[in-house]
Design a binder for this molecule. Structure first.
Ligand code: AR6
Length: 182
């Protein structure tokens, strides 16, 4: 792994670029963006609210046809009117429900797997579980980045994985963790 640039932090892991950026995930042009979903697949606040607002009603309609998703799992729909053609709905844990770390790791790994299974080349993640679900962001960064690095060291068709952090503070936390993991 080597650092290519410091502005939007990018590192290379085998054939895939892992990038940190700051901003609104619904503005990403990746093949898929990941929604921080709940097990009922009802689009609520935070990332899900932005996905619903910008993507239009078809995404919720497609979610309604899927019979929920367990915590730690991930399912795919189209991206409606979003720039991304797909949304991968990853169900993160709520703080305090038990086994949060394993569930967050699985939500990350399953999102990457769903992207690969659908032949996608790029995916954008938010900091799953760190908003409405109250999970600490530094631990989230450690778990999600470590899981992604592990995954990308194996066979994958993914060329780019972006972590899109909401605000400078969240970006700074992920940046600090990624620099330590390199
Ligand atoms: N782009 C990027 N990151 C964002 C955006 C955005 N547009 N909006 C918020 N964040 P959350 P959770 C950050 O609450 O904690 C919903 O009701 C936010 O600052 O979206 O997994 C769902 O329907 C935080 O760091 O997801 C579920 O019921 C991170 O994204 C539940 O909340 C995740 O915050 C999921 O809660």
């Amino acid at each position: 792994m080597e650092t290519i640039t410091d502005t939007e932090l990018q590192i290379q892991i085998d054939n895939t670029t892992l990038e940190l950026s700051e901003g609104d995930i619904t503005e990403l042009y990746t093949d898929a963006i990941v929604n921080a979903a709940n097990a009922s697949l009802i689009l609520g606040a935070g990332v899900a609210g932005a996905v619903r607002a910008k993507g239009g009603p078809t995404i919720q309609q497609e979610c309604d046809e899927i019979d929920g998703c367990p915590v730690g799992g991930a399912v795919i729909t189209t991206g409606g009117n979003l720039k991304a053609r797909h949304v991968i709905h990853a169900v993160g844990p709520r703080k305090g429900e038990g086994d949060e770390e394993e569930k967050l790791r699985n939500a990350t790994l399953n999102s990457l797997k769903v992207a690969d299974e659908n032949g996608l080349k790029s995916i954008g993640f938010p900091a799953i579980s760190t908003g409405v679900y109250g999970f600490p962001i530094e631990r989230c960064a450690e778990i999600m980045l470590a899981a992604t690095i592990d995954y990308l060291q194996q066979e994958t068709g993914l060329k780019k994985v972006v972590f899109c952090l909401y605000g400078e503070e969240a970006f700074g936390v992920f940046e600090g963790v990624l620099k330590k993991l390199q």
